[in-house]
Design a binder for this molecule. Structure first.
Ligand SMILES: Cc1cc2nc3c(=O)[nH]c(=O)nc-3n(C[C@H](O)[C@H](O)[C@H](O)COP(=O)(O)OP(=O)(O)OC[C@H]3O[C@@H](n4cnc5c(N)ncnc54)[C@H](O)[C@@H]3O)c2cc1C
Length: 419
């Protein structure tokens, strides 16, 4: 076989030009002008995920970001990395590159233009101004260590670099180019992999309860109850769909169900239709109703607490006559109803998979990274940033904040002389 001679030599090769890769390049180039930095991305045009993010408006970060907003690796490590480049710095950075952010509900920060394109263009422009060489259509197929550093192969070219940053993302939305190929590169360079699962993904339900409710949104509390661990609870909006359930609360709980299922097949998701309420309180409320409004139908009373159609669907599923009055509701049915309202089991069969997931849970263990630099503890002069690592945030701008913060730490480290 023909031995390839590197057709291009750079100081730093960044594999993957999504949010984390582009930001790493910018932060490194700002601190160390003159360093030759190439961003190699398999996609023909960069930033597909930035463009689709936040419904095309890109939820860049959140007003308040804490380690508790993330799952995966150690909270302390996540805290340390976030604290190097907190939200205020993110806001200032985007202002510097021409993107003003505006706060919306739940602390989400979006560009004032309401266009994700503004964010991507600003990043690409800043990278260009700082002399970063962005190379689309360069899918990296192999990375080997050499005396010089690394040899990086794409189908068309071979690059030599003193340092490599892996910023290849996870497996979510594979059509954008983030198809998990980066994990193989990391493994080849000595890294392990925490088993991955889709996260922030809609859930598919069995049975015929959900389909007639498609389109209805309601506030709920969701709980995943693994057999051997504490229940995980999420409160927020749930949207019934023709296939099952979606909406922020469902997306947030999805990673917990999927990860629990990796070890426990029987794990369930339970809905509390009356967030904050417990069985005794709801039972008492139904009893009070029987005396205060004895002639009111249970269906009507329930429709003040949850969407009409959901209330009726619950009554039908429990085989309780919708026209029965509160006073005539037998005790066993009242207790059954109270129980169902606070602990309704969702028959989750699966998720909609990586094609519909916003992020990937699992990845390269954080313990294999030095949080002061994002340097690999397995391979000298290798760095890892963004979603390829075993960190996933809840919905609300937290995943991009992870990309910016981890990129900042890596960029600062790369700007220092090579060891
Ligand atoms: C529909 C959707 C909406 C989202 N909305 C938001 C939101 O509003 N706010 C938020 O915080 N998060 C959001 N996210 C999550 C967020 O987009 C990701 O967490 C973030 O983009 C991860 O950045 P990254 O740079 O680590 O990886 P990616 O953005 O996935 O980038 C990885 C890049 O690496 C390239 N690549 C992969 N393998 C190779 C290879 N072998 N060679 C060369 N290149 C390679 C890919 O082409 C890709 O460009 C959303 C995700 C999706 C799918």
């Amino acid at each position: 076989m023909l031995k390839t001679v590197p057709s291009e030599v750079v100081d730093v090769a960044i594999v993957g030009g999504g949010a984390a890769g582009l930001a790493t390049a910018i932060f490194a180039a700002r601190r160390a002008p003159g360093t030759s930095i190439a961003v190699l991305d398999g996609a023909r045009s960069l930033g597909a995920k930035i463009l689709v993010a936040g419904g095309g408006r890109c939820n860049v970060t959140n007003r308040i970001v804490t380690p508790a907003d993330y799952s995966g690796g150690s909270r302390n490590t996540i805290r340390r990395i976030l604290s190097e480049f907190p939200v205020e710095e993110t806001v200032a950075f985007f202002r510097e590159i021409g993107v003003d952010l505006r706060e919306e509900e739940h602390g989400k920060l979006f560009p004032t233009t309401n266009r994700a394109r503004t964010v991507l263009d600003a990043l690409l422009n800043e990278a260009d101004c700082r002399g970063v060489c962005v190379r689309p259509a360069q899918r990296v197929t192999a990375i080997r260590t050499t005396d010089f550093g690394f040899q990086i192969e794409t189908p068309a070219k071979t690059f030599a670099a003193g340092r490599v940053v892996l910023a290849t993302g996870g497996r979510s939305l594979p059509k954008t180019g983030s198809d998990g190929g980066g994990y193989a590169l990391a493994r080849h360079l000595g890294h392990a992999l925490v088993r991955t699962a889709p996260a922030l993904v809609p859930l598919i339900l069995a049975g015929d309860f959900h389909a007639p409710l498609a389109g209805i949104a309601q506030d709920v509390e969701l709980a995943v109850k693994p057999a051997d661990a504490k229940a995980i609870r999420v409160t927020g909006a749930m949207l019934w769909t023709h296939f099952g359930a979606s909406g922020p609360a469902v997306l947030d709980i999805s990673r917990h169900w999927l990860r629990a299922r990796l070890v426990d097949r029987e794990v369930g998701v339970h809905v509390n239709f009356l967030p904050g309420q417990e069985f005794n309180g709801v039972d008492e409320m139904l009893r009070t109703l029987a005396t205060s409004q004895p002639k009111a139908s249970v269906s009507k009373a329930l429709s003040r607490l949850l969407p009409n159609r959901v209330a009726d669907a619950v009554l039908v599923a429990l085989e309780i006559d919708r026209s029965v009055t509160a006073a005539n509701l037998p005790k066993d049915q009242r207790r059954k109803l109270a129980h169902a309202l606070v602990d309704w089991p969702l028959q989750v069969t699966d998720s909609r998979g990586y094609a519909h997931a916003e992020v990937t849970a699992g990845g390269v263990p954080l313990s294999e990274i030095d949080p002061r630099t994002m340097a690999s503890r397995k391979c000298p002069n290798l760095f890892l940033v963004g979603e390829i690592l075993d960190v996933d945030g809840r919905i609300g701008g937290f995943n991009f904040q992870w990309a910016w913060s981890s990129a900042f730490v890596a960029g600062a480290a790369i700007a220092k002389p090579r060891t």
